[in-house]
Every structure is written in C-alpha cells, then in structure tokens.
Design a protein around this ligand. Structure first.
Ligand SMILES: C[S@@+](CC[C@H](N)C(=O)[O-])C[C@H]1O[C@@H](n2cnc3c(N)ncnc32)[C@H](O)[C@@H]1O
Length: 270
C-alpha cells in the first residue's frame, strides 16, 4: 500500500461524501446496519467511519440509550461526519487508528467497519484489536469490495487512467479498496486473530449516478486516487477526470447511468 492510500483530507472528504457515498456506500451501510440492529447491541464501536454513512444508518435503527462511538484515522473525515449528523448527541466521534484502539478490553458488543479493513497495513493486528475490545459474545461486522473486475465503474475509471499515464498507471483503486477480496484469506486472517465463528455473504447492488461526469469526479477527485494523479502531474487532474467520464459515457451512455457493485459482508464472533 502507498502511504497516500490512507490519506483522506483536503478536498477529498467533501467530494467523497457528496458523490461517492450515495454512489457506492449507502446501500451497504443499510445492509450492515440491519445486521447490527438484529443483534440488539448496547455498545457499538465503528472503526474507519469516514464521513459517517454507516454511523447514521446504525443510529437510526437503535434505541437512544445505545452507546455509539465512531472512530477514524483521519480527523477531516470525522469533522465532516459530525457536521452532517442530525442527532449529534447520539454519537461520540474520536480520532483513532483501528490498529491501536484507545479502548479497554471487552468494552463493546459490536465492532463495525464499512470498507475500511482494506486500508489496514496489518490486517491481523486490526482484527485482533477489534476482538480485544469485543465482549466474549460480541460480533465483528465488516465488508470489503470484491475484485475490481466485478465493480464496473471503478474498473473503467482505472483502465481509462492507464491511457493517460501509460508508464506509471495510478492503481489505487485496484491496489487498496479492491485489493482484499479473497474470502479464504480473510477467514484465515480472522482465525489468526482468534475469531472462530466466521460467515461471509456476497452482496450485489447497482451503483446509480446522474451522469458519467459525477462518477468520474467521485473517483478521481473524492478518493486518494486524486493524490495519485496529482503526484504524477497536478495540472492533469481535470484532464484525468474528463478521460474517465468519456470512458464511462462510451460504455453506459451520457444520461443517468448504473453499474454493478459487488462486496463481501463478513460477520465474525469468538
Ligand atoms: C473507503 S473509506 C470508508 C469510510 C466509511 N466507513 C464509509 O463507508 O464511507 C476508508 C476509511 O478508512 C479510514 N482509515 C484508513 N486507515 C485507517 C486506520 N488504520 N484506522 C482507522 N481508519 C482508517 C480512512 O480515513 C477512510 O475514512
């Protein structure tokens, strides 16, 4: 993983929340929040909470007395999340690395992480930390994207940018968000962290946008792919976005578009 892959700051949080969250994260947040609510937790910890789409979905399904703590490595993502929260008193926002959680053993009966574990430089360490703060009968819920070839918009954006930077294509999307999709490997690494009861389900949705341009801006400007493009040539960010939008329009047309998104939803208990 490149060092900039986990840097969500600057203009990224606003564009991420405005365009990428409705495009790909909302349906999976509702899915995960439903699973969490069925376990009737009293204390929930969310790691890698980003701009809070899952946090909002969790809070809307749980009673007011449920304690919800939402954490993320990048404070700018949490600042954005806190500003968007309609019920600010319901959630404690706290900057924290999921690999070194500032909480006591067995403090939560759910740990939830939506599309965050792929960013952990040491997956077993991150899973062990989740397990450490869980009660003995607690649940760890998370999801990961399937391979990039099964996520059409991310795949087309990535291959289109390889034409602009043929010597050194920006591979953030394939390398990190779509780089941890082997369910057998995930099961093994959860087992190495001490989890014994693990289930996995593959869940498909359609990713919908008003235009190819919205999708191109979401990926090229609202994720760390932006930093990867700017590191190569900052003056080419707009050109890269146009190339991605053209490639999406060629495949899906110029009006409202939709494409396949596929993820694996994992539940692990002791
Ligand atoms: C793709 S975003 C997902 C955010 C949010 N869960 C959502 O569904 O929109 C990945 C998030 O992981 C966070 N992150 C990366 N490394 C992390 C770490 N070691 N510990 C906690 N959060 C981390 C980033 O700051 C970013 O907000």
């Amino acid at each position: 993983m490149d060092v900039t892959d986990k840097l969500f700051a600057g203009s990224i949080p606003e564009i991420y929340n405005r365009l990428l969250v409705p495009l790909i994260f909302e349906p999976y947040a509702n899915d995960l929040a439903e699973r969490i609510a069925r376990t009737e937790p009293e204390n929930v910890l969310e790691t890698a909470a980003g701009t809070g789409v899952l946090t909002r979905a969790i809070v809307s399904r749980l009673p007011a007395q449920t304690r919800v703590v939402a954490t993320d490595l990048n404070q700018p993502m949490l600042d954005h999340a806190a500003a968007k929260q309609p019920q600010p008193d319901r959630i404690a926002w706290r900057q924290a690395d999921a690999l070194a959680l500032p909480f006591k053993n067995q403090e939560f009966d759910v740990v939830a992480c939506q599309f965050g574990v792929m960013f952990f430089p040491d997956k077993i360490k991150g899973f062990s930390e989740a397990r450490r703060v869980l009660t003995p009968r607690g649940h760890f819920f998370f999801n990961v994207w399937d391979r990039i070839g099964n996520n059409e918009f991310a795949d087309i954006v990535t291959s289109s940018l390889a034409r602009l930077f043929p010597q050194d294509p920006p591979m953030f999307m394939a390398r990190t968000p779509h780089g941890y999709h082997d369910v057998g490997k995930i099961r093994n690494e959860l087992g190495a962290a001490g989890f014994t009861d693990i289930s996995a389900e593959t869940v498909d949705h359609r990713s919908k946008a008003a235009s190819p341009r919205d999708v191109a801006v979401a990926y090229c400007q609202g994720t760390p792919l932006r930093t990867e493009i700017e590191t190569r040539d900052a003056s080419l960010l707009e050109k890269a976005t146009e190339i991605a939008a053209d490639a999406l329009a060629q495949r899906f047309g110029n009006g409202p578009i939709d494409g396949l998104i596929r993820a694996h939803v994992i539940t692990a208990t002791n």
